[in-house]
Design a binder for this molecule. Structure first.
Ligand SMILES: [Zn+2]
Length: 486
């Protein structure tokens, strides 16, 4: 395996040590030929679609694909076959893979307010593709990582592969490429907007949308004791970014065809996102206050007050603000020949159980016990509970670094496990997702009064303003279409 690894790196190095950059026309030191780049994109796309689900709305998918294709046709690499995909994720994000795979989350689409803004997001991502940023970034600094990425994506299925993808994606694709590449992507995006007769100023509007998100999230993160989210790291860098961005947009404006109007498309866009799912998707489970509902799996649980909840594809992670404990909830297919206790011992390999008891949790067979795990890497004191429900087993693992800390949290962890129950008919109604609803503002419509009727938690008034590009203090304009959440 190791030998193969080295061969891959060197082969790439000798075959394609130079390539003409499609944007600058100059020679770049890049390690990937175009066909390698396309192969990398195809394989990484498969990995992305293992982690994300495509949003189920063909009309919206077509709309995004059409706008993307229009922009791409006027780009520096019009020969590529671009694919634009709306992902069913509440994250506010957009990213691109080498070779022309561009993704935008429904989470980001919820906050955009015009077709031109959507085009600006897509244009920016196309810019990363046409300037070959991921390829250049990796050739410049991460020789070995290219080998790692290629190896991992050609050998899918191993744990390491997904870690490598996260590393690759986390390093460049999701967090951005550094300020120089980001500004270049903005410049290219603005240029593609102008060439397709969208108003290039939409680029500034999108940056404002994301900047306000970040300002709001900073306050929210502080209250929730977590790190604030960032989009492509755009805002934490130089203070002159705004000026440079303004220049980029002004230059792009001169490229618009004479006599063509600068299209914005506010009403068209927001009518199209009417009924768009907002926040948690029912497929992943929905959190209302402290109650968690999972319609697909048919269960509900109550989570501890003020603990942060992270809903990941294969597990739920709960953390107190102090960060000295976590509860992980995961599920597995049930092997019926095992009792809950035997499952803990044989499948989870918890051989040194103490404080054990067999439980009946709301009608379902369960077992609980404490286990101390000590090895070279870590020492963990854990309260483990397994529950048999329908054809699956649910594993609720409360973990701390030592027995004293576990004692402090033991009741909270046990109460959380014991709250597990089958979804009731009343809860099935609550398990429905929130959706964007488009309404017409009246003369006296104010965000404060809309917030009072809103199901949004955590400062509904500010969230409604963010959704409608009126943060921090704006109000709806009479007769305009606005987004509310229902
Ligand atoms: Zn970017």
């Amino acid at each position: 395996m190791k030998m193969k690894y080295l061969i891959v790196i060197y082969t790439l190095f000798f075959i394609c040590s130079c390539a003409v950059n499609p944007v600058t026309g100059k020679q770049d030191l890049v390690l990937l030929s175009e066909s390698d780049e396309l192969a990398l994109g195809r394989k990484t796309n498969e990995e992305v679609l293992k982690q994300y689900t495509i949003y189920d709305n063909p009309v919206l998918q077509n709309y995004v694909q059409n706008i993307g294709s229009k922009l791409a046709a006027k780009s520096h690499r019009a020969n590529l076959n671009y694919q634009f995909t709306v992902l069913d994720s509440k994250e506010v994000n957009a990213f691109a893979l080498p070779g022309g795979y561009v993704y935008v989350t429904r989470g980001l689409m919820a906050y955009l307010n015009s077709e031109a803004e959507l085009a600006a997001v897509l244009g920016h991502e196309i810019g990363h593709v046409t300037a070959r940023h991921s390829v250049r970034q990796h050739s410049a600094t991460q020789l070995t990582n290219i080998g790692a990425v290629l190896t991992s994506i050609f050998v899918p299925g191993i744990t390491q592969a997904s870690n490598q993808l996260v590393q690759f994606a986390g390093g460049a694709l999701l967090r951005g490429y550094g300020r120089t590449h980001e500004l270049e992507a903005d410049r290219l995006g603005a240029e593609y907007l102008a060439r397709t007769n969208y108003n290039p100023e939409a680029m500034l509007d999108v940056i404002r949308v994301l900047k306000n998100q970040e300002l709001f999230d900073k306050d929210l993160a502080k209250a929730e004791g977590r790190e604030p989210r960032t989009y492509h790291g755009v805002f934490s860098t130089h203070p002159d970014n705004d000026t440079r961005l303004q220049e980029v947009v002004a230059t792009a404006k001169t490229l618009s065809e004479a006599g063509k109007t600068n299209y914005v498309g506010h009403d068209e866009y927001i009518s199209l996102i009417d009924k768009l799912v907002f926040g948690d998707s029912p497929r992943d489970g929905i959190l209302r206050g402290r109650q968690f509902f999972h319609e697909g799996l048919g269960f509900s649980m109550h989570f501890p007050e003020q603990w942060n909840v992270s809903n990941q594809p294969d597990r739920l992670i709960l953390n107190p603000i102090t960060g000295d404990a976590l509860i992980q909830i995961s599920t597995d297919n049930l092997n019926k020949s095992l009792s809950p206790r035997d499952y803990m011992i044989q499948r989870l390999q918890l051989t040194n159980l103490t404080n054990e008891s067999a439980l009946n949790i709301n009608g379902f067979a369960a077992h609980t016990g404490i286990s101390l795990i000590n090895n070279k890497q870590s020492s963990i004191a854990g309260r483990f509970t397994v529950i048999y429900f329908q054809k699956r087993v649910y594993i609720i693992a409360g973990m701390t670094k030592d027995p004293d800390t576990l004692a402090k949290y033991d009741k909270t962890i046990t109460d959380t496990a014991k709250s597990f129950h089958a979804l009731t008919n009343d809860e099935k109604i609550l398990a429905k997702p929130l959706r964007i609803n488009i309404v017409k503002a009246k003369n006296n419509t104010r965000f404060a009064s809309l917030a009072k009727q809103s199901p949004l938690e955590n400062n509904a008034e500010s969230q409604l303003r963010l959704l409608n590009a009126k943060y921090p203090t704006g109000e709806p304009v009479n007769n305009s279409l606005i987004k509310i959440i229902k």
